[in-house]
Design a protein around this ligand. Structure first.
Ligand code: AMP
Ligand code: GLY
Length: 440
Protein backbone atom coordinates (compact mmCIF):
# COMPACT_ATOMS: atom_id res chain seq x y z
CA UNK A 1 0.00 0.00 0.00
CA UNK A 2 0.96 3.62 -0.42
CA UNK A 3 3.10 5.09 2.30
CA UNK A 4 0.84 8.15 1.93
CA UNK A 5 -2.15 6.57 3.63
CA UNK A 6 -5.14 8.86 3.24
CA UNK A 7 -6.91 10.05 6.39
CA UNK A 8 -10.34 8.62 7.08
CA UNK A 9 -12.11 11.69 5.66
CA UNK A 10 -10.09 11.46 2.46
CA UNK A 11 -10.85 7.79 2.34
CA UNK A 12 -14.54 8.53 1.95
CA UNK A 13 -13.95 11.40 -0.48
CA UNK A 14 -11.01 9.92 -2.32
CA UNK A 15 -10.88 7.59 -5.28
CA UNK A 16 -10.17 3.92 -5.22
CA UNK A 17 -8.13 3.54 -8.38
CA UNK A 18 -7.32 0.51 -10.52
CA UNK A 19 -4.45 1.00 -12.96
CA UNK A 20 -4.15 -1.64 -15.69
CA UNK A 21 -0.72 -2.68 -16.92
CA UNK A 22 2.61 -3.77 -15.54
CA UNK A 23 5.49 -1.94 -17.20
CA UNK A 24 7.65 1.10 -16.55
CA UNK A 25 4.85 3.30 -17.86
CA UNK A 26 2.50 1.97 -15.20
CA UNK A 27 5.12 2.29 -12.46
CA UNK A 28 5.54 5.98 -13.38
CA UNK A 29 1.76 6.53 -13.53
CA UNK A 30 1.25 4.65 -10.25
CA UNK A 31 3.90 6.80 -8.56
CA UNK A 32 2.07 10.01 -9.53
CA UNK A 33 -1.38 8.62 -8.70
CA UNK A 34 -0.26 7.34 -5.30
CA UNK A 35 0.98 10.81 -4.40
CA UNK A 36 -2.39 12.46 -5.00
CA UNK A 37 -4.30 13.59 -1.92
CA UNK A 38 -7.40 12.32 -3.74
CA UNK A 39 -6.12 8.75 -3.94
CA UNK A 40 -7.84 6.61 -1.29
CA UNK A 41 -6.44 3.31 -2.55
CA UNK A 42 -4.40 2.24 -5.55
CA UNK A 43 -4.42 -1.17 -7.21
CA UNK A 44 -2.28 -2.13 -10.20
CA UNK A 45 -3.06 -5.15 -12.37
CA UNK A 46 -0.83 -7.00 -12.86
CA UNK A 47 1.73 -4.43 -11.72
CA UNK A 48 5.37 -5.29 -11.00
CA UNK A 49 7.78 -5.32 -8.01
CA UNK A 50 8.06 -1.52 -8.31
CA UNK A 51 4.33 -0.86 -8.11
CA UNK A 52 4.11 -3.39 -5.24
CA UNK A 53 5.92 -0.85 -3.05
CA UNK A 54 3.35 1.92 -3.61
CA UNK A 55 0.13 0.06 -4.42
CA UNK A 56 -1.58 -3.32 -4.17
CA UNK A 57 -0.81 -5.52 -7.15
CA UNK A 58 -3.65 -7.70 -8.44
CA UNK A 59 -2.81 -10.87 -10.28
CA UNK A 60 -4.96 -10.49 -13.38
CA UNK A 61 -4.55 -9.85 -17.07
CA UNK A 62 -6.03 -6.51 -18.24
CA UNK A 63 -7.35 -7.97 -21.51
CA UNK A 64 -9.63 -10.40 -19.61
CA UNK A 65 -12.61 -8.15 -19.02
CA UNK A 66 -14.46 -10.55 -16.68
CA UNK A 67 -11.45 -10.60 -14.36
CA UNK A 68 -11.19 -6.80 -14.46
CA UNK A 69 -14.89 -6.51 -13.72
CA UNK A 70 -14.62 -8.89 -10.75
CA UNK A 71 -11.67 -6.91 -9.39
CA UNK A 72 -13.69 -3.69 -9.67
CA UNK A 73 -16.52 -5.21 -7.62
CA UNK A 74 -14.24 -6.80 -5.10
CA UNK A 75 -12.13 -3.72 -4.43
CA UNK A 76 -14.89 -1.11 -4.79
CA UNK A 77 -13.03 0.67 -7.55
CA UNK A 78 -14.18 4.19 -8.52
CA UNK A 79 -11.76 4.86 -11.36
CA UNK A 80 -10.01 2.58 -13.86
CA UNK A 81 -6.99 3.92 -15.75
CA UNK A 82 -5.85 1.80 -18.69
CA UNK A 83 -2.10 1.80 -19.44
CA UNK A 84 -1.80 -0.39 -22.57
CA UNK A 85 -3.68 -0.15 -25.88
CA UNK A 86 -4.82 -3.71 -26.41
CA UNK A 87 -7.72 -3.79 -23.93
CA UNK A 88 -8.91 -0.45 -25.31
CA UNK A 89 -8.81 -1.61 -28.93
CA UNK A 90 -10.75 -4.71 -27.84
CA UNK A 91 -13.52 -2.64 -26.25
CA UNK A 92 -12.80 -2.96 -22.53
CA UNK A 93 -13.95 0.61 -21.86
CA UNK A 94 -17.30 0.02 -23.62
CA UNK A 95 -17.94 -3.20 -21.73
CA UNK A 96 -17.18 -1.72 -18.33
CA UNK A 97 -19.12 1.48 -19.05
CA UNK A 98 -22.14 -0.64 -20.02
CA UNK A 99 -21.82 -2.86 -17.00
CA UNK A 100 -21.24 -0.23 -14.32
CA UNK A 101 -22.64 3.04 -15.69
CA UNK A 102 -21.00 6.43 -15.29
CA UNK A 103 -22.32 6.97 -11.75
CA UNK A 104 -20.66 3.78 -10.52
CA UNK A 105 -17.36 3.81 -12.36
CA UNK A 106 -15.13 6.28 -14.14
CA UNK A 107 -13.00 4.78 -16.90
CA UNK A 108 -10.03 6.69 -18.28
CA UNK A 109 -9.39 5.42 -21.80
CA UNK A 110 -11.33 5.50 -25.07
CA UNK A 111 -13.91 2.99 -26.23
CA UNK A 112 -13.29 0.77 -29.24
CA UNK A 113 -14.43 3.46 -31.72
CA UNK A 114 -11.84 5.97 -30.44
CA UNK A 115 -9.16 3.31 -30.03
CA UNK A 116 -9.30 2.71 -33.80
CA UNK A 117 -6.96 5.71 -34.02
CA UNK A 118 -4.28 3.24 -32.92
CA UNK A 119 -5.94 -0.09 -33.74
CA UNK A 120 -6.19 0.56 -37.47
CA UNK A 121 -3.56 2.53 -39.38
CA UNK A 122 -5.92 2.66 -42.36
CA UNK A 123 -8.66 4.19 -40.21
CA UNK A 124 -6.25 6.73 -38.73
CA UNK A 125 -4.94 7.75 -42.17
CA UNK A 126 -8.48 8.19 -43.51
CA UNK A 127 -9.40 10.13 -40.38
CA UNK A 128 -6.44 12.48 -40.89
CA UNK A 129 -7.34 12.94 -44.54
CA UNK A 130 -10.96 13.78 -43.64
CA UNK A 131 -9.90 16.41 -41.13
CA UNK A 132 -6.95 18.05 -42.83
CA UNK A 133 -4.38 16.74 -40.36
CA UNK A 134 -0.90 16.76 -41.90
CA UNK A 135 0.46 13.26 -42.50
CA UNK A 136 2.47 11.35 -45.12
CA UNK A 137 0.71 10.57 -48.44
CA UNK A 138 -0.48 6.96 -48.54
CA UNK A 139 -2.54 4.20 -50.11
CA UNK A 140 -3.97 1.09 -48.50
CA UNK A 141 -3.95 -2.38 -50.09
CA UNK A 142 -5.81 -5.56 -49.11
CA UNK A 143 -4.76 -9.09 -50.11
CA UNK A 144 -6.98 -9.10 -53.21
CA UNK A 145 -5.17 -5.95 -54.36
CA UNK A 146 -1.64 -7.40 -54.31
CA UNK A 147 -1.00 -6.80 -58.04
CA UNK A 148 -2.16 -3.21 -57.79
CA UNK A 149 0.04 -2.77 -54.73
CA UNK A 150 3.11 -4.15 -56.49
CA UNK A 151 2.56 -1.82 -59.44
CA UNK A 152 2.09 1.13 -57.12
CA UNK A 153 5.35 0.27 -55.37
CA UNK A 154 7.33 -0.07 -58.60
CA UNK A 155 7.09 3.66 -59.23
CA UNK A 156 6.99 4.86 -55.61
CA UNK A 157 9.85 7.13 -54.48
CA UNK A 158 12.32 5.49 -52.07
CA UNK A 159 12.57 4.80 -49.24
CA UNK A 160 8.96 3.72 -48.83
CA UNK A 161 7.18 2.81 -45.61
CA UNK A 162 4.93 -0.27 -45.27
CA UNK A 163 2.67 -0.56 -42.25
CA UNK A 164 0.51 -3.45 -41.11
CA UNK A 165 -2.97 -2.03 -40.53
CA UNK A 166 -3.62 -3.63 -37.14
CA UNK A 167 -1.79 -3.88 -33.82
CA UNK A 168 1.53 -5.67 -34.24
CA UNK A 169 3.20 -4.98 -30.89
CA UNK A 170 5.18 -2.08 -32.35
CA UNK A 171 6.75 -4.28 -35.02
CA UNK A 172 4.38 -3.72 -37.95
CA UNK A 173 6.35 -0.97 -39.71
CA UNK A 174 8.97 -1.78 -42.36
CA UNK A 175 11.00 0.91 -44.10
CA UNK A 176 12.20 -0.35 -47.48
CA UNK A 177 15.06 1.21 -49.39
CA UNK A 178 14.63 -0.64 -52.71
CA UNK A 179 11.57 -1.40 -54.83
CA UNK A 180 12.40 -5.11 -54.78
CA UNK A 181 12.51 -5.15 -50.98
CA UNK A 182 9.23 -3.21 -50.86
CA UNK A 183 7.52 -5.68 -53.21
CA UNK A 184 8.79 -8.68 -51.23
CA UNK A 185 7.68 -7.09 -47.98
CA UNK A 186 4.22 -6.26 -49.31
CA UNK A 187 3.78 -9.84 -50.51
CA UNK A 188 5.06 -11.22 -47.23
CA UNK A 189 2.66 -9.04 -45.27
CA UNK A 190 -0.46 -9.54 -47.38
CA UNK A 191 -0.03 -13.11 -48.57
CA UNK A 192 2.10 -14.76 -45.89
CA UNK A 193 0.48 -12.65 -43.17
CA UNK A 194 3.86 -11.73 -41.75
CA UNK A 195 2.11 -9.88 -38.89
CA UNK A 196 -0.89 -12.20 -38.72
CA UNK A 197 -4.34 -10.69 -39.21
CA UNK A 198 -2.81 -7.26 -38.52
CA UNK A 199 -1.28 -7.32 -42.01
CA UNK A 200 -4.36 -8.37 -43.97
CA UNK A 201 -4.38 -4.70 -44.91
CA UNK A 202 -1.20 -2.71 -45.52
CA UNK A 203 -0.71 1.05 -45.61
CA UNK A 204 1.97 2.12 -48.09
CA UNK A 205 3.26 5.50 -47.13
CA UNK A 206 5.67 8.19 -48.26
CA UNK A 207 8.87 8.40 -46.17
CA UNK A 208 9.10 11.66 -44.24
CA UNK A 209 12.54 13.13 -43.73
CA UNK A 210 12.73 14.93 -40.43
CA UNK A 211 13.19 14.56 -36.71
CA UNK A 212 10.77 12.65 -34.51
CA UNK A 213 9.16 13.63 -31.24
CA UNK A 214 5.93 12.96 -29.42
CA UNK A 215 3.18 15.13 -28.00
CA UNK A 216 0.59 13.94 -25.49
CA UNK A 217 -2.76 15.14 -24.26
CA UNK A 218 -5.30 14.21 -21.65
CA UNK A 219 -8.68 14.81 -23.25
CA UNK A 220 -12.38 14.48 -22.55
CA UNK A 221 -13.05 14.59 -26.28
CA UNK A 222 -13.59 18.36 -26.32
CA UNK A 223 -11.01 20.08 -24.13
CA UNK A 224 -7.46 18.91 -23.53
CA UNK A 225 -4.45 19.36 -21.31
CA UNK A 226 -1.19 19.39 -23.20
CA UNK A 227 1.36 17.27 -21.34
CA UNK A 228 5.11 17.83 -21.63
CA UNK A 229 6.47 16.59 -24.97
CA UNK A 230 9.17 13.92 -25.25
CA UNK A 231 11.64 12.29 -27.58
CA UNK A 232 12.31 8.59 -27.40
CA UNK A 233 15.15 6.49 -28.80
CA UNK A 234 13.70 3.47 -30.57
CA UNK A 235 16.66 1.63 -32.03
CA UNK A 236 18.77 -0.70 -29.95
CA UNK A 237 22.12 0.67 -31.12
CA UNK A 238 23.84 3.98 -30.54
CA UNK A 239 23.27 6.71 -33.13
CA UNK A 240 19.92 5.05 -33.86
CA UNK A 241 21.21 1.90 -35.50
CA UNK A 242 20.12 -1.72 -35.31
CA UNK A 243 16.74 -3.22 -34.59
CA UNK A 244 13.66 -1.39 -33.40
CA UNK A 245 12.80 -1.81 -29.70
CA UNK A 246 10.01 -0.71 -27.41
CA UNK A 247 12.23 2.27 -26.59
CA UNK A 248 15.74 2.60 -25.16
CA UNK A 249 15.44 5.96 -23.45
CA UNK A 250 13.66 9.29 -23.48
CA UNK A 251 14.08 13.00 -22.87
CA UNK A 252 11.60 15.71 -21.93
CA UNK A 253 11.33 18.58 -22.77
CA UNK A 254 12.57 18.43 -26.36
CA UNK A 255 14.78 21.46 -27.13
CA UNK A 256 13.79 21.66 -30.81
CA UNK A 257 10.07 21.63 -29.97
CA UNK A 258 10.08 25.40 -29.54
CA UNK A 259 6.95 27.38 -28.74
CA UNK A 260 6.17 28.30 -32.33
CA UNK A 261 6.37 24.65 -33.38
CA UNK A 262 4.20 23.49 -30.48
CA UNK A 263 1.60 26.13 -31.39
CA UNK A 264 1.51 24.53 -34.85
CA UNK A 265 1.13 21.11 -33.29
CA UNK A 266 -1.83 22.34 -31.25
CA UNK A 267 -3.48 24.14 -34.16
CA UNK A 268 -2.89 21.70 -36.98
CA UNK A 269 -2.81 18.39 -35.17
CA UNK A 270 -4.36 18.38 -31.70
CA UNK A 271 -7.36 20.67 -32.23
CA UNK A 272 -8.15 19.19 -35.65
CA UNK A 273 -8.03 15.70 -34.17
CA UNK A 274 -10.44 16.61 -31.38
CA UNK A 275 -12.76 18.45 -33.78
CA UNK A 276 -12.65 15.39 -36.04
CA UNK A 277 -13.59 13.05 -33.21
CA UNK A 278 -16.51 15.30 -32.30
CA UNK A 279 -17.63 15.64 -35.93
CA UNK A 280 -17.67 11.84 -36.25
CA UNK A 281 -19.48 11.41 -32.92
CA UNK A 282 -16.62 9.41 -31.46
CA UNK A 283 -16.59 9.92 -27.70
CA UNK A 284 -13.06 10.02 -26.34
CA UNK A 285 -11.81 10.13 -22.77
CA UNK A 286 -8.17 9.27 -22.39
CA UNK A 287 -4.65 10.00 -23.46
CA UNK A 288 -3.77 10.68 -27.06
CA UNK A 289 -0.14 10.22 -28.03
CA UNK A 290 0.77 12.00 -31.26
CA UNK A 291 3.88 10.49 -32.87
CA UNK A 292 5.18 13.42 -34.91
CA UNK A 293 7.79 14.08 -37.55
CA UNK A 294 9.10 17.64 -37.61
CA UNK A 295 9.76 18.30 -41.28
CA UNK A 296 11.43 21.71 -41.49
CA UNK A 297 9.27 23.57 -39.00
CA UNK A 298 6.04 21.72 -39.77
CA UNK A 299 4.51 18.83 -37.80
CA UNK A 300 3.30 15.66 -39.55
CA UNK A 301 1.54 12.84 -37.75
CA UNK A 302 3.32 9.49 -38.07
CA UNK A 303 0.92 7.67 -35.79
CA UNK A 304 -1.65 8.04 -33.10
CA UNK A 305 -1.56 5.98 -29.94
CA UNK A 306 -4.51 5.89 -27.55
CA UNK A 307 -2.30 5.53 -24.48
CA UNK A 308 0.91 7.00 -23.13
CA UNK A 309 4.26 5.91 -24.51
CA UNK A 310 6.82 3.78 -22.78
CA UNK A 311 9.48 5.04 -21.89
CA UNK A 312 8.06 8.51 -22.67
CA UNK A 313 5.77 8.34 -19.62
CA UNK A 314 8.82 7.92 -17.41
CA UNK A 315 10.05 11.40 -18.43
CA UNK A 316 6.66 13.10 -18.95
CA UNK A 317 4.88 12.18 -15.72
CA UNK A 318 7.72 13.16 -13.33
CA UNK A 319 7.56 16.66 -14.86
CA UNK A 320 3.86 17.08 -14.03
CA UNK A 321 3.63 19.00 -10.77
CA UNK A 322 -0.14 19.34 -10.61
CA UNK A 323 -2.36 16.47 -9.50
CA UNK A 324 -2.49 13.82 -12.24
CA UNK A 325 -5.34 11.96 -10.57
CA UNK A 326 -7.41 15.14 -10.46
CA UNK A 327 -6.76 15.71 -14.19
CA UNK A 328 -7.84 12.15 -15.07
CA UNK A 329 -11.01 12.40 -12.98
CA UNK A 330 -11.84 15.79 -14.55
CA UNK A 331 -11.43 14.25 -18.02
CA UNK A 332 -13.77 11.37 -17.12
CA UNK A 333 -16.35 13.87 -15.88
CA UNK A 334 -16.01 16.13 -18.95
CA UNK A 335 -14.67 18.91 -16.75
CA UNK A 336 -11.23 19.46 -18.23
CA UNK A 337 -11.98 23.03 -19.18
CA UNK A 338 -11.36 24.11 -15.58
CA UNK A 339 -8.08 22.17 -15.25
CA UNK A 340 -4.64 23.65 -15.43
CA UNK A 341 -1.45 21.67 -15.70
CA UNK A 342 1.71 22.74 -13.92
CA UNK A 343 4.99 21.40 -15.24
CA UNK A 344 8.50 21.34 -13.91
CA UNK A 345 10.77 23.28 -16.31
CA UNK A 346 13.68 20.92 -15.62
CA UNK A 347 14.78 18.25 -18.08
CA UNK A 348 14.12 14.58 -17.38
CA UNK A 349 16.32 11.88 -18.93
CA UNK A 350 15.55 8.16 -18.77
CA UNK A 351 17.88 5.34 -19.86
CA UNK A 352 16.54 1.80 -20.30
CA UNK A 353 18.59 -1.01 -18.85
CA UNK A 354 17.85 -4.04 -21.01
CA UNK A 355 18.77 -7.72 -21.00
CA UNK A 356 21.74 -8.63 -23.23
CA UNK A 357 20.32 -9.91 -26.53
CA UNK A 358 17.18 -7.76 -26.48
CA UNK A 359 15.22 -7.16 -28.75
CA UNK A 360 16.13 -10.69 -29.88
CA UNK A 361 16.31 -13.70 -27.59
CA UNK A 362 17.71 -13.08 -24.12
CA UNK A 363 18.12 -15.03 -20.89
CA UNK A 364 16.27 -13.93 -17.74
CA UNK A 365 16.45 -14.63 -14.03
CA UNK A 366 19.61 -12.65 -13.24
CA UNK A 367 19.82 -10.88 -9.89
CA UNK A 368 19.60 -7.09 -10.05
CA UNK A 369 22.08 -5.33 -7.77
CA UNK A 370 21.82 -1.74 -6.54
CA UNK A 371 19.19 0.56 -5.17
CA UNK A 372 16.07 0.55 -7.33
CA UNK A 373 14.13 2.75 -4.93
CA UNK A 374 15.37 6.09 -6.17
CA UNK A 375 13.39 8.84 -7.90
CA UNK A 376 12.95 8.22 -11.66
CA UNK A 377 13.74 4.53 -11.29
CA UNK A 378 10.93 2.43 -12.72
CA UNK A 379 10.53 -1.33 -12.97
CA UNK A 380 9.66 -2.74 -16.38
CA UNK A 381 10.75 -6.38 -16.69
CA UNK A 382 11.59 -7.41 -13.13
CA UNK A 383 10.30 -10.05 -10.73
CA UNK A 384 10.66 -10.72 -7.05
CA UNK A 385 12.21 -14.18 -6.57
CA UNK A 386 11.15 -16.52 -3.76
CA UNK A 387 14.24 -15.56 -1.78
CA UNK A 388 13.19 -11.88 -1.96
CA UNK A 389 15.86 -10.85 -4.46
CA UNK A 390 14.99 -8.80 -7.49
CA UNK A 391 15.56 -10.54 -10.82
CA UNK A 392 15.41 -9.72 -14.50
CA UNK A 393 12.22 -11.00 -16.12
CA UNK A 394 11.95 -9.21 -19.47
CA UNK A 395 13.80 -7.46 -22.27
CA UNK A 396 13.43 -3.97 -20.93
CA UNK A 397 14.28 -4.38 -17.25
CA UNK A 398 14.55 -0.98 -15.55
CA UNK A 399 14.03 2.63 -16.63
CA UNK A 400 16.61 4.67 -14.77
CA UNK A 401 16.92 8.42 -14.90
CA UNK A 402 17.20 11.82 -13.32
CA UNK A 403 16.18 15.44 -13.67
CA UNK A 404 18.60 18.26 -14.35
CA UNK A 405 18.67 21.93 -15.29
CA UNK A 406 19.16 21.03 -18.97
CA UNK A 407 19.76 18.00 -21.20
CA UNK A 408 23.45 17.97 -20.37
CA UNK A 409 22.94 17.89 -16.61
CA UNK A 410 19.99 15.49 -16.77
CA UNK A 411 21.94 12.95 -18.82
CA UNK A 412 25.03 13.19 -16.62
CA UNK A 413 22.92 12.50 -13.54
CA UNK A 414 20.94 9.75 -15.27
CA UNK A 415 24.10 7.92 -16.36
CA UNK A 416 25.47 8.22 -12.83
CA UNK A 417 22.37 6.39 -11.60
CA UNK A 418 22.83 3.80 -14.33
CA UNK A 419 26.33 3.08 -13.02
CA UNK A 420 24.84 2.33 -9.61
CA UNK A 421 22.79 -0.61 -10.89
CA UNK A 422 23.81 -3.84 -12.54
CA UNK A 423 22.83 -7.34 -13.60
CA UNK A 424 24.51 -9.94 -15.77
CA UNK A 425 24.48 -9.00 -19.44
CA UNK A 426 23.06 -5.51 -18.83
CA UNK A 427 23.01 -3.31 -21.92
CA UNK A 428 22.02 0.32 -22.38
CA UNK A 429 22.55 3.03 -24.96
CA UNK A 430 25.12 5.58 -23.90
CA UNK A 431 23.88 8.29 -26.25
CA UNK A 432 20.41 9.10 -24.89
CA UNK A 433 19.99 12.86 -25.31
CA UNK A 434 23.40 13.29 -26.90
CA UNK A 435 21.87 14.47 -30.20
CA UNK A 436 20.04 17.21 -28.31
CA UNK A 437 23.12 18.88 -26.88
CA UNK A 438 23.77 21.02 -29.94
CA UNK A 439 21.89 24.32 -29.69
CA UNK A 440 18.63 24.36 -31.65
P1 AMP B 1 5.16 3.51 -35.94
O1 AMP B 1 5.00 2.10 -35.42
O2 AMP B 1 4.04 3.98 -36.78
O3 AMP B 1 5.55 4.44 -34.82
O4 AMP B 1 6.45 3.50 -36.84
C1 AMP B 1 7.68 3.07 -36.34
C2 AMP B 1 8.76 4.00 -36.77
O5 AMP B 1 8.87 3.99 -38.19
C3 AMP B 1 8.48 5.45 -36.42
O6 AMP B 1 8.82 5.75 -35.12
C4 AMP B 1 9.35 6.15 -37.42
O7 AMP B 1 10.69 6.18 -36.99
C5 AMP B 1 9.25 5.28 -38.63
N1 AMP B 1 8.25 5.79 -39.56
C6 AMP B 1 6.94 5.48 -39.60
N2 AMP B 1 6.32 6.13 -40.59
C7 AMP B 1 7.25 6.89 -41.21
C8 AMP B 1 7.24 7.79 -42.31
N3 AMP B 1 6.14 8.03 -43.00
N4 AMP B 1 8.39 8.39 -42.65
C9 AMP B 1 9.53 8.14 -41.96
N5 AMP B 1 9.61 7.29 -40.92
C10 AMP B 1 8.50 6.66 -40.54
N1 GLY C 1 7.90 4.36 -27.07
C1 GLY C 1 6.95 4.22 -28.08
C2 GLY C 1 5.64 3.69 -27.67
O1 GLY C 1 5.32 3.58 -26.51
O2 GLY C 1 4.87 3.37 -28.56
Amino acid sequence: MSDMQPTSTEQTQGYRVLLLGGGGREHALATALSQSPHCAALFVAPGNPGTALIATNLDLIPSKSEAVSAAIHQNQIDLVVCGPEEPLVNGLADRLRDEFGHEELLFFGPGASGARLEGSKDFSKQFMARHGIPTARYRTFTDDQLQEGLEYLSSHPLPVVLKADGLAAGKGVVICSTSAEACDTLTDMLVNRRFGAASSRVVVEEFLQGIEMSAFVITDGRDYLLLPEAKDYKRVGERDTGLNTGGMGAISPVPFAHTEFMVRVEERVIRRTLRGLQAENIPYTGFIFFGLMKVGDDPYVIEYNVRMGDPETEVVVPRIQSDLLQHLVAACKGELQAEYIETNPQTACIVMLVSGGYPGEYPRGFTIYGNTQRPLTYHAGTRRADDGSLQTAGGRVLAVGAMGADVSEARLKAYKRVQELCFEGVYFRRDIGLDLLTPW
